[in-house]
Design a protein around this ligand. Structure first.
Ligand code: PLP
Length: 378
């Protein structure tokens, strides 16, 4: 087995690198930044600038990429969720901005379809908002949303991600919310690629949309993008820093450094110019390699899946059939994680399966994954 690359900075801390076949997950470090991004960050670190000016300039790049009125680089998608909820509660009234997280007298309910509850949605509540669920766990009907909207509703949130339920769908959600003059805020953290998603949800009529910067775009892991309508975005700026006010906004603990701002812009521009088809075909080649090597094992069915939203890029999914009599998917996952190097694979989404996500698998690692999988399956 080839010697695993162990960067000195991690070696000094005694922390060993892992093989990430689990996707752009925060628990394994998001994604790797390209050399051009790192060079931009190095350069940014050599001078002082007016941070308000830099935020505005970086925001213009985000706005263009998302075809939105305005944009903002945030400290990740979860930070953007905080700012979206804050903006919908305060508007551009500075006395409201100063008051958060006290929401007395403000509309403070964020409606969210029950099937879209997720581990990040607490971010909507950080500025003092309260999530109010509608619909059932699996589905929602238009009247569920209509009857949940009250005088206290500040926004309807919509979340997209692997195995998160669609509910009414974004289009219908927007139609109903807008008929009641309520803005729609979208968490689309990991929906890039495809590139067209940067502008797709805005074009559908969403009022604000948030993406992670350190997932498919390849920016700093603690950066993200927020884009949307003028009035709400001005409100997000106020809540973000409020650099001119004696009191910092609710977003102050989520500030973005000049290095991360510049790195995020560099990553976004590189991503906009990248050959997305070639990148995806690279993932597919690795997926095909793994699937071929695992072909013909009794009781296992290996399929390349590439469904948008649920599967991030073409990937082999190993289904453990009823006639399989080896270790369970959980046992196989554990063996892979416990080995050297540690290999983390996808948690799956639909039951008795292991999925091997290729978006962060480095060249050659697919061979290590196959060797170790064949051992672990015995
Ligand atoms: C990753 C993710 C987040 C958090 O994004 P960060 O950029 O890490 O803050 C939020 N929501 C969903 C659905 C995600 O997948």
């Amino acid at each position: 087995m080839p010697e695993q690359h162990w960067p000195e900075v991690y070696k000094k801390l005694g922390v060993k690198p892992v093989i990430n076949a689990q996707s752009w997950v925060t628990s394994l470090g998001g994604s790797l930044m390209r050399p051009e991004v790192l060079r931009a960050m190095d350069e940014a670190a050599t001078a002082f600038v007016d941070m308000k000016e830099l935020n505005r300039a970086a925001g213009e790049v985000v706005a263009r990429a998302c075809s939105a009125d305005m944009g903002l680089v945030t400290a990740g998608c979860a930070a953007a969720e905080v700012l979206m909820a804050a903006a919908c509660m305060t508007g551009i009234d500075e006395s409201n901005v100063e008051r958060l997280p006290n929401t007395d007298g403000l509309k403070n309910e964020v409606l969210l379809f029950k099937g879209q509850r997720n581990r990040y949605d607490g971010a909507f509540e950080i500025p003092g908002a309260r999530i109010v669920e509608f619909g059932h766990g699996d589905s929602a009907r238009p009247y569920h949303l209509e009857s949940a909207i009250t005088d206290n509703t500040c926004a309807v949130a919509y979340v997209m991600g692997p195995f998160i339920k669609r509910g009414l769908g974004l289009e219908k959600t927007i139609e109903i919310a807008h008929a009641h003059d309520v803005p729609v805020i979208v968490d689309a953290a990991a929906e890039i690629p495809p590139r067209e998603n940067l502008s797709r949800f805005i074009k559908m009529g969403a009022d604000m949309v948030a993406f992670s910067g350190g997932k498919g775009i390849g920016g700093p892991q603690s950066a993200g993008l927020l884009a949307g309508r003028q009035g709400l975005m001005e409100a997000a700026y106020l809540n973000s820093l409020n650099l001119d006010s004696p009191k910092a906004g609710i977003g102050r603990p989520m500030k973005v450094s000049k290095e991360n701002l510049v790195g995020m812009v560099a990553a976004l521009e590189l991503y906009m110019d990248s050959d997305e088809t070639a990148i995806i075909e690279g993932w597919r080649a690795k997926a095909n390699y793994v699937a071929r090597q695992l072909d013909g094992i009794d009781g296992l069915r290996v399929v390349i899946e590439d469904t948008p939203v649920d599967r991030q890029g073409p990937q082999p999914v190993i289904y453990f059939e009823s006639d399989w009599n080896g270790p369970t998917p959980a046992e196989v996952r554990q063996k892979l994680a416990d080995g050297d190097p540690s290999i983390l694979v996808g948690g799956g989404g639909v039951g008795n399966e292991i999925n091997i996500v290729m978006v962060n698998v480095q060249d050659g690692e697919e061979k290590v994954i196959v060797e170790r999988l064949l051992e672990a399956l015995h």
